[in-house]
Design a binder for this molecule. Structure first.
Ligand code: KG4
Ligand code: ZN
Length: 328
């Protein structure tokens, strides 16, 4: 079964063809990062205009790379939320147009659910993920600890109470003047430094929730007070503080719910220290998609769409965007 996935929730215009929910036939991504970098963050109106320009060529490229025709496809999966309304609308309308023209079934995918399903696309020698599992989703807009007992079955057992992990990386990079997007900038800068600066960790004991606004504010105070002599040390210390909490809480949840596996997902999951630390500190097996499948892409949307079709979740052509869509 071949599914065309379409993703336009934020600043990547992406299309992919995935076979049977696990095999990537193509994975095309047009990034707008250089355009938004000029403004130091995503400008929603600019993002939707760029999606309009990029979407048709990207879909064509995904079809060509996969060497498939429209008649080879069995369905279309498209992100309906959460995300920027104007951006989501571009992908959803193109997906509906193709579905209508080719008589293909369509299914609307939750972007966060898509991030989780990137783990179904990884090295098949490791097999597909085993339920029950715990997934840490860390992206620019979300930091959720999710318990999954089967396909489409999610219980959010922990979440951030303020900034998302990726958002914290982006803000810290801005404070340190390291540029946008902040996650890769902090990781790069940290390579030349040591985590020698003491920064607070919000443990929020008795809960599985996160809070990252305190560590960001502490960094800002140090920077404003002229107390930071090495940007590399500051980046390394910040990265360490955020990842320490993410890893400790994820392992605790995995033990509490006696899961078989831990999955890592979302843009921050491409961070090398987070990947190594979680894999190294967990007594429970950890699955991590390759970095290009952690950040926004359409292969993960197609993979998720496959399992939705398997469950009979087909949407009508009245499918609409839901910018504030939640998981479960
Ligand atoms: O999942 P994603 O591509 O888009 C959203 O759905 O938000 O995540 C983007 C976020 C950004 O905040 C970015 O700074 C962060 O992921 N990120 C990273 C790294 N690469 C991307 N954070 C830490 N380390 C990285 N290497
Ligand atoms: Zn994302």
């Amino acid at each position: 079964m071949k599914i065309l996935g379409i993703e336009t929730s934020c600043d990547e215009t992406a299309a992919a063809v995935v076979a049977d929910g696990v095999r990537i036939l193509s994975n095309q991504i047009a990034s707008q990062v250089e355009i938004h970098a000029r403004y130091g963050g995503i400008v929603p109106e600019v993002a939707s205009r760029q999606h309009v320009l990029a979407i048709i060529p990207i879909v064509d490229q995904a079809m060509a790379e996969a060497e498939v025709n429209w008649s080879d496809l069995d369905g279309i999966a498209v992100t309906i939320g959460p995300g920027l309304a104007g951006s989501l609308l571009v992908g959803v309308n193109v997906a509906k147009g193709i579905a209508l023209a080719r008589g293909l079934p369509i299914t609307g995918v939750n972007h966060l659910e898509g991030h989780i399903y990137a783990n179904w696309l990884i090295d098949r020698d490791a097999g597909t993920p085993l339920f029950p599992l715990a997934c840490l989703i860390v992206s620019g807009g979300h930091s959720d600890l999710v318990l999954m007992r089967g396909h489409g079955d999610y219980v959010v057992v922990g979440r951030t109470r303020d900034d998302a992990a990726g958002e914290a990386f982006d803000k810290a990079a801005r404070i340190l003047g390291l540029g946008y997007p902040g996650g890769p900038a902090i990781e790069q800068a940290a390579k030349g430094g040591a985590a020698s600066i003491e920064l607070p960790r919000a443990w929020l004991k008795q809960t599985n929730d996160f809070s990252f606004s305190g560590v960001k504010t502490a960094l800002l105070r140090l920077m404003e007070g002229g107390k930071i002599s090495s940007l590399a040390d500051a980046a390394a210390s910040f990265q360490e503080a955020v990842i320490d909490v993410l890893v400790t809480k994820t392992v605790a949840v995995a033990k509490e719910y006696r899961v078989k596996q831990i999955l890592l997902a979302g843009g921050v999951a491409s961070n090398g220290l987070l990947r190594n630390r979680l894999t190294g500190n967990s007594p429970i097996p950890v699955l991590v998609p390759e970095p290009i499948l952690c950040t926004d892409n359409a292969a993960m949307i197609a993979a998720c769409g496959y399992y939705r079709f398997q469950a009979g979740k087909i949407d009508g052509l009245d499918l609409d965007v839901i910018p504030s869509l939640k998981l479960a």
